[in-house]
Design a protein around this ligand. Structure first.
Ligand SMILES: Cc1cc2nc3c(=O)[nH]c(=O)nc-3n(C[C@H](O)[C@H](O)[C@H](O)COP(=O)(O)OP(=O)(O)OC[C@H]3O[C@@H](n4cnc5c(N)ncnc54)[C@H](O)[C@@H]3O)c2cc1C
Length: 321
């Protein structure tokens, strides 16, 4: 088999956990064949520890216009590199960006893309399991493709390191992209309003739903999140009402998260919301309704009015410090 190429995204200068999960699944698929990555982050330092995950070479595409987002430019770059190293398969994390780029790679090559995979075995045909319907259904599928294009469902694979890590070779090459490839590209980067803690990567998330009652009501959610160094999340009702930006939404049509602790306040626990937070190690639900569906998934529950409970928790944390 030929090398397996993995598209790697970064978070705060290091490879994102979701990309390390994709690398882990790609390595098991590669079965000992070389693992090479294409880094979206142009900083060679981000590749430093990739040897721990079995990577032999990290490629950095140099082009002043390409930036961190530009799905057609990245699709063109993935294809050039995959052809250049004769990659047998291409993997990426199933982030919005990963799925967007891989869909364009598939369209350009006329090849199928298997998205949201949680398991995959090499063979002819390839067998795989992938999430459908926001993770509420698992599909067993056969993939017939000369070059499998795969995205790995977020937070479904346990990151594994290799024994005896090797030095990663960092290789720069000029990305050959044209004006057409650069038609969709970032015009401006707007920092997340939650003060830098990324929702997707946060270890603690404090989230609010319709029960919070208003945009201003989120002050007590933000206060607790600030004390815990947590990210703020919310349900779709909240984003639809304009109380919070869509970037804060957790769920099937929002961000999929896997924090150590998810504190869900005034959220009923609809299937589409749970699709985004079921990767959480622990869920604490604060809800006035003891029969709310989220109680079935919660590890801890407080039944009561969040407007009383949240300030009380924050006050206790302050007292303890
Ligand atoms: C195709 C599709 C995709 C969707 N994608 C998403 C998604 O990505 N994310 C998402 O969240 N939803 C999504 N939804 C919407 C989802 O079905 C629910 O409508 C939504 O999650 C409900 O939000 P909620 O829990 O905030 O509101 P509600 O269901 O109205 O629940 C409010 C909860 O607050 C509690 N409450 C009220 N007052 C208080 C109080 N003072 N103190 C404590 N508790 C209180 C109530 O008991 C209730 O349990 C999607 C729907 C569809 C059809």
């Amino acid at each position: 088999m030929a090398p397996v190429l993995v598209l790697v995204e970064s978070a705060e200068g290091s490879p994102a956990d979701v990309s390390l999960q994709a690398l882990t699944l790609a390595r098991s698929f590669a079965g000992g064949e070389p693992l090479e990555v294409l880094q979206i982050d142009p900083d060679p330092g981000a590749a430093e520890n990739l040897g721990d995950y079995g990577v032999v070479s990290a490629h950095i595409a140099d082009h002043e216009g390409i930036g961190s987002f530009g799905p057609d430019a990245w699709a063109a770059t993935v294809i050039q590199l995959a052809d250049g190293i004769s990659a047998g398969a291409v993997f990426a994390a199933a982030t919005d960006r990963g799925n967007d780029i891989m869909a364009r790679v598939g369209a350009r090559l006329g090849l199928p893309v298997a998205v949201n995979c949680i398991a995959i075995s090499a063979g002819s045909p390839i067998t795989l399991t992938r999430q459908r319907w926001g993770g509420s259904l698992l599909e067993e599928a056969l993939l017939h493709s000369p070059r499998p294009l795969v995205t790995v469902a977020l937070h479904t694979v346990v990151i594994e390191r290799v024994a005896g890590s090797k030095q990663v070779e960092v290789l720069h090459s000029r990305a050959d992209v044209n004006e057409r490839d650069l038609r969709v590209r970032p015009a401006e980067h707007v920092a997340a309003p939650s003060g830098g803690v990324s929702l997707a990567e946060a270890k603690v998330v404090v989230s609010g739903g319709r029960g919070v009652g208003s945009k201003e009501g989120f002050a007590i959610i933000e206060e607790l999140a600030g004390l815990l160094g947590a990210a703020v999340g919310c349900s779709r009702v909240v984003t639809s009402a304009g109380w919070r930006p869509h970037t804060d939404q957790v769920g099937q049509t929002g961000t999929k998260i896997a924090p150590d602790l998810y504190i869900a306040c005034g959220i009923s626990g609809a299937t589409q919301h749970m699709a985004g937070c079921k990767g959480a190690k622990r869920i604490l639900a604060i809800n006035s309704d003891a029969e709310a569906p989220i109680m079935l998934n919660a590890d801890y529950a407080v039944v009561g009015d969040l407007k009383e409970i949240l300030p009380a928790i924050s006050a206790e944390i302050r007292k303890a410090r």
